[in-house]
Design a protein around this ligand. Sequence first.
Ligand code: ARG
Length: 459
Amino acid sequence: STDKPWGGRFTEPTDTFVEGFTASVDFDKRLYFHDIQGSLAHARMLTQVEVLTEDEYQAIEQGLTEIRSRIEAGNFPWSVKLEDVHMNIEAQLTQAIGITGKKLHTGRSRNDQVATDIRLYLRDEIDVISAELVRLQTGLIEQALTYADTIMPGFTHLQTAQPVTLGHHLLAWNEMLQRDYERLQDCRKRVNVCPLGAAALAGTTYPIDRHLSAQLLGFERPTENSLDSVSDRDFAIEFSSVASLMMIHLSRMSEELILWTSAQFNFIDLPDRFCTGSSIMPQKKNPDVPELVRGKSGRVVGHLISLLMLMKSQPLAYNKDNQEDKEPLFDVIDTAKGCLKAFADMIPAIQAKPEVMREAARRGFSTATDLADYLVRQGLPFRDAHEVVGKAVAHGVATQKDLAEMSLQELQGFCASIEADVFDVLTLEGSVQARDHIGGTAPSQVRAAAHRARARLGA
Ligand code: ARG
């Protein structure tokens, strides 16, 4: 027998390298709070079904509470020799309260214990991330209201397409994030089930009450199958996939912010506190925050792939492979939280430059479609209208004139039925106001959409 909690059948000590190689305590100690939360519920349940006495429960509760304080005070002797967070805490509990500490693991295995810990931990983190996401969305919606009338070029292929309002553009970002929020809440439902009682893989011979354990921990219900309970990590994969999509959205937003702050676009001003300078070029002000978020999106997607590969080919039930779930999952959580915080702080501080945006929209023949639509209203088939306007644009390119800058006579040279009222549709305001339906860019529609988005926040 060796000095390990599982040393009974062993005849030689663990190889020193293998001890470090198989240990997870360095990274899984962050589960300490939820490990203790799970242990307390397990002990409470064992007491309820009379496997433990009330006195034993009281001793365990006191011991674990004390341990939690010591960990939080940085006064806990984490030991790699004890492999992981679970055995470190159990060993200290036994040290503190004697043989009762050794009874805590009755009817339980580290396999259902760790699955429970991760679910409890992830559930809390999902709630923190959700709140941060709502904070970011709130900022976007407020900015959309501020800039509901601010005209900018809308792009396709990154070429000027049609005028839109900045408010409309910001609400497009909010739609992406709203779906991420909804996916997160849906994922939470599958996280929120209780594996406790599955034990190592087959369940346990004690008269446990799994409904009680689940209820004490605020889980929706106990899991259905003990083999599945201890082995699958699909809930962590699902969360990472939701987080990946969200990071891709943040990355797309970042890309636009980076473009918009460049001298070439010059659409917005990002306050100095979200930027850094260059150690060699004195004039530089770099949009580091969006650049880093764009970069970190790749890291989250990488972790998603790691977790998928981790699960692949694992036979039922628990395998030690699963210890490798923690570092990717934790980093997905940390990265997503950090990026959301940076964005939630930054978005409300962004100042747009309406004159620059307007000028950019004016320059790119962005009302060409409006002219074609005007000709259709005069009776031309759309394809012919398209051709007529194309010729007018070519003339504009050659003479460096916007459509609205051409004289009525000049325009009539392309199509005789054009009349003086054409200039109403050629203005940027006329163009955006005309897209006056749900989902359109008309300022009144943008304001209504922002109010609907605000009402739906957090739901
Ligand atoms: N540290 C382990 C993990 O993260 C806990 C479960 C270990 N179970 C076992 N039978 N070795 O998965």
